[in-house]
Design a protein around this ligand. Structure first.
Ligand code: GLN
Length: 466
């Protein structure tokens, strides 16, 4: 698929369509949609912005590439004056006081946010069923889950309700729903895009990233959102990725894959055989392909969930009904905190807060939390070693195809294990892209830190090869 952004930009410039009609058309399909992708429609704000773009075009002023392009925002980003609920009861009535840096950069470029999108509450989940707005339904088969936690965003893009959407990825939440709904989704290198104004889940792996139907749109949106931000000390200044660089495939010589992902008994046989066929095609195109050793899935998943739960327990402690959240009054302050949090957090979120506080508590932290930190260091070292001999690592996105709606709620452990192939790259803070190619749930392409451009280059090659 070609760039939707470029196509619409041209139509706006040529005055084939007005910005207002473009925005209205998207609002009209979003509003009645039965996939449960919408938490809040930003209709008034979006139409006001569209009018300004139309006036600019009518007066003959040039417009930027993203100007007037409608996009979706996962409901965990602050957009001043809009509700930011994180799909939770606790923040059902919360209105953002400011705008996230990444979203502000898109606004500055003239793009128009039209919807706050349904997701797993606070990013806790892999199916977008942990939400007060109803389970998000898969774009391809509505009996199946959309994936998560950025399920609403992936479905909106897949159904063309938004031109692109901004998801959030802590352990796979952009890449997995992108794979389940057959679109592109990028988790950039940690720190490439500011997290300021993204509701914190696990701060050490939280990443902002785009979901789109073309690689070119991923590149455009990534470049727009990237950059150092004084409000997020973990950000760094990156070099924009040029369109031309995407055809420099000669910079890539060797491709690796993790043997144990493919030999894992939990992998669907068809995903496995399709993946191995892709490997053969890559070899036939003259690349050196190396099988690599990696940590067992169980180790990756337990390390990730130990750290993610510890961080979320700490991050969510501020939501006590006093400064933030719907307060439930009780006899005294302590009781008020307790009742507010017990009644307003979901089962899944409570499981994580309890688990996180447990691994951080005295007597457990040495045995569990500190051990997870040490394994994380080993995982990073392992990646550094790998990238001394390969340029790219490819893997399936998920071991299995999306489950039926309702089934993963019964078995949280099975849901955690469905993240087996995504969480390792999060712990390594590496740029990783889902492409809707190769297996039923796509392929993941990964490179060393800050080599997001290389990831896009290889994806561009794969797209032409397949
Ligand atoms: N499914 C993973 C989790 O629940 C990843 C979620 C995410 O990236 N926000 O932690």
């Amino acid at each position: 698929m070609d760039s939707q952004i470029e196509k619409l930009h041209q139509q706006l410039v040529d005055q084939d369509i007005s910005c207002k009609s473009l925005v209205q058309e998207k609002l009209d399909v979003l509003k009645p949609n039965t996939h449960n992708t919408v938490n809040t429609l930003l209709d008034k704000m979006a139409l006001d912005l569209a009018e300004k773009v139309d006036a600019k075009i009518a007066s003959g002023e040039p417009i930027g590439l993203l100007e007037g392009i409608p996009f979706g925002v996962k409901d965990v980003y602050m957009v001043q004056g809009t509700k930011t609920t994180a799909s939770s009861n606790l923040l059902k009535h919360y209105t953002s006081a400011y705008t996230a840096t990444a979203i502000q950069k898109l606004l500055d470029a003239g793009a128009i946010p039209i919807v706050k999108e349904n997701c797993d509450s606070f990013g806790h989940g892999s199916s977008s069923e942990n939400t007060i707005f109803g389970a998000v339904k898969n774009a391809i088969n509505p009996n199946l889950v959309a994936g998560g936690s950025s399920g609403g965003s992936a479905v909106n893009v897949a159904k063309d309700y938004t031109v692109f959407s901004i998801g959030g990825d802590t352990g796979g939440s952009i890449r997995q729903p992108a794979g389940y709904n057959s679109v592109y989704g990028l988790k950039p290198t940690y720190g490439r895009i500011s997290r300021y104004g993204l509701m914190a889940y696990a701060s050490s792996t939280d990443c902002v990233g785009p979901i789109a139907r073309s690689l070119e749109d991923i590149r455009i949106v990534l470049n727009t959102m990237s950059g150092k931000d004084p409000k997020d000390q973990t950000t760094y200044a990156s070099v924009p990725i040029s369109k031309e660089s995407l055809s420099h495939i000669k910079t890539i010589k060797a491709v690796g894959y993790f043997k144990n992902f493919i030999e894992n008994k939990a992998i669907d046989p068809k995903i496995k055989s399709d993946f191995l066929m892709t490997i053969e095609k890559i070899k036939a195109n003259g690349f050196e392909v190396k099988p690599l050793d990696f940590f067992e899935s169980e180790t990756l998943v337990s390390t990730y969930y130990t750290l993610a739960m510890a961080e979320t327990a700490s991050n969510l402690s501020r939501l006590d009904g006093t400064n933030y959240g719907s307060r439930v009054e009780a006899e005294n302050l302590k009781e008020t905190y307790s009742v507010t949090r017990s009644q307003n957090f979901s089962e899944e979120t409570k499981r994580r807060i309890v688990g996180g506080n447990q691994v951080l508590s005295q007597g457990f932290s040495d045995e569990i939390y500190l051990k997870a930190l040490a394994i994380r260091d080993q995982i990073s070292e392992n990646f550094e070693n790998d990238f001394s001999s390969v340029d790219i690592i490819i893997s399936p996105v998920t071991p299995n195809t999306p489950p039926q709606i309702g089934s993963s709620l019964k078995d949280p452990l099975a849901m955690y294990l469905s993240d087996a192939f995504t969480v390792g790259f999060s712990l390594g803070q590496l740029p990783t892209l889902t492409v809707p190619l190769g297996t039923a749930t796509g392929l993941q392409i990964t490179a060393a830190k800050d080599k997001d451009g290389l990831v896009l280059t290889f994806a561009n090659f794969l797209k032409d090869m397949m």
